[in-house]
Design a protein around this ligand. Structure first.
Ligand SMILES: [Zn+2]
Length: 299
């Protein structure tokens, strides 16, 4: 006849701590940690064990007693992600337990890796220790490991004065009047916009300006997800536009259309700022907007 299981709850606890001796090898390891150094011990075969052991786990031979400083950086060899830390864990936020092979060591040490995004922890990741403020000679003297610094964020500002040379001045004076000026090479007949003094293809002089329409076709484009003060919204599109009658495209913003609807071959027209706001600047063109004409077949 089945009977109810008999269950008793046991707790094994040493309030105030359980004292044990470390022995010379672990003792040296912990003393070095207190001095913010990490050491391993060399085996008779020349391998460096970190953390050090009294016996080589592969051969059972006593180790040599030669201590070798390793790290402090190392490489994650494998890891387990802890999404919800428990009370005894070294960190109170999601982290990863990792096996870390410190530089100069042949074995890996288990420790916590604190990454701003712990899901990005991966094998091969380089990590550095973060030391506790008051080391006591315990493995927790290393508070955790953190990813190696691979990037920094710095404010960048460049201020410069651009003086428009001959051809650019001509072009911008045109833009001031609401006109896009290009030029046709006398020799190869290519039409360039903005206007330039010589043909980049054959080197011939381009003597005269040529007025181009402010309509064209998108040849290629990029969807940008970083804000830009000139752009209509985020994401926005910057595109190469082949103005009608021109042989090389010019780059411009695309507006008045959701980014995902922009396509190669789309017909567009410049959207100019009101006349009283115009200056000798490309800012006169707010962006190019679709005309609604049928797309143009790409060459
Ligand atoms: Zn030419």
């Amino acid at each position: 006849m089945p009977s109810d299981p008999l269950v008793a709850r046991h707790v094994l606890e040493f309030p105030g701590g359980y004292t044990r001796t470390t022995g010379p090898v672990i003792g040296r390891f912990l003393s070095e940690l207190r001095a913010r150094r990490i050491v391993g011990v060399r085996t008779k075969e020349g391998k460096v064990l970190v953390p050090p052991l009294e016996y080589d786990p592969m051969t059972g031979e006593p180790v040599t007693g030669e201590f070798v400083e390793v790290g402090p950086a190392g490489t994650v060899t494998t890891w387990a992600f802890v999404p919800e830390p428990r009370p005894g864990h070294p960190l109170d936020r999601p982290f990863a337990w990792a096996l870390i092979r410190l530089d100069g060591a042949d074995t890996a040490l288990v420790h916590a890796v604190d990454a701003s995004d712990p899901t990005k922890v991966r094998a091969g990741m380089r990590v550095w220790p973060v030391w506790n403020d008051r080391p006591t000679g315990h493995i927790t003297d290393i508070a955790c490991f953190v990813p190696e610094v691979t990037e920094i964020v710095a404010d960048v500002r460049t201020e410069y004065r651009l003086q428009a040379g001959g051809a650019l001045r001509v072009f911008l004076r045109g833009v001031e009047r609401g006109v896009l000026l290009g030029g046709r090479c006398d020799t190869c007949a290519k039409v360039y916009v903005p206007y330039r003094l010589t043909c980049p293809e054959c080197g011939s002089a381009i003597p005269e300006t040529l007025e181009l329409p402010d309509t064209g076709t998108i040849t290629t484009f990029a969807v940008n997800n970083l804000p830009d003060p000139r752009a209509p919204e985020v994401p926005f599109v910057s595109a190469y536009i082949l103005l009608d009658g021109s042989d090389i495209p010019m780059i411009a913003l695309i507006g008045d259309v959701p980014a995902h609807e922009v396509r190669q071959g789309m017909r567009v027209k410049a959207v100019w700022v009101p006349e009283h706001e115009r200056t000798a600047s490309m800012a006169n063109i707010r962006w190019f907007a679709p005309t609604g004409e049928p797309d143009v077949e790409q060459p």
